[in-house]
Design a protein around this ligand. Structure first.
Ligand SMILES: [Zn+2]
Length: 157
């Protein structure tokens, strides 16, 4: 699944959990759960993989920035607002983390996770081409709308 969708689902988890540590841990678990569901993938070659990965990485960072701005803006001043912000950030970070191994290995020459984790991560993928609109975009819209609604509701309390 696109890392952008992991970021958005992590925002949903953070806004629902309201506490950073559970949001972070559930975010990590959600990554593996979502990767087992049918999603877009199975690239023709490395070049296509990189094109998608770079665009997706940038979109994921943009999504993090937009969600962070929204939760900071929506949050009441004081500790409840700060806790919601921290929970949403922790949810997004946890949910995106399993996908950081590849860019870290390519850019820094350093693998973040043990081989066993990366093998499991690779084995659980349920990928097929032609699922961008039907799966990834639909999921992105669902996660973004849910995150926005939760953040608005939590912040209103
Ligand atoms: Zn993944």
């Amino acid at each position: 699944m696109l890392v952008t969708n992991h970021v958005l689902s992590g925002a949903v988890i953070g806004a629902a959990a309201k506490r950073p540590l559970p949001a972070f841990l559930v975010g990590i678990a959600s990554h593996f759960a979502l990767d087992t569901l049918p999603h877009w993938g199975k690239w023709d070659d490395e070049k296509e993989f990189f094109r998608v990965a770079v665009a997706d990485g940038l979109a994921g960072l943009a999504a993090m920035a937009v969600v962070t701005r929204a939760v900071v803006k929506a949050g009441e001043p004081g500790s409840p607002g700060r806790r919601l912000t921290a929970a949403v950030l922790a949810g997004m970070a946890g949910a995106a983390m399993p996908d950081l191994d590849k860019p870290s290995h390519l850019l820094l020459g350093h693998k973040l996770w043990p081989d066993a984790v990366n093998r499991l991560h690779g084995r659980i993928q349920n990928e097929a081409p032609n699922r961008f609109v039907s799966h990834e975009l639909v999921a992105a819209a669902g996660f973004a709308l849910t995150a926005a609604a939760l953040i608005r509701r939590r912040a209103a309390r």
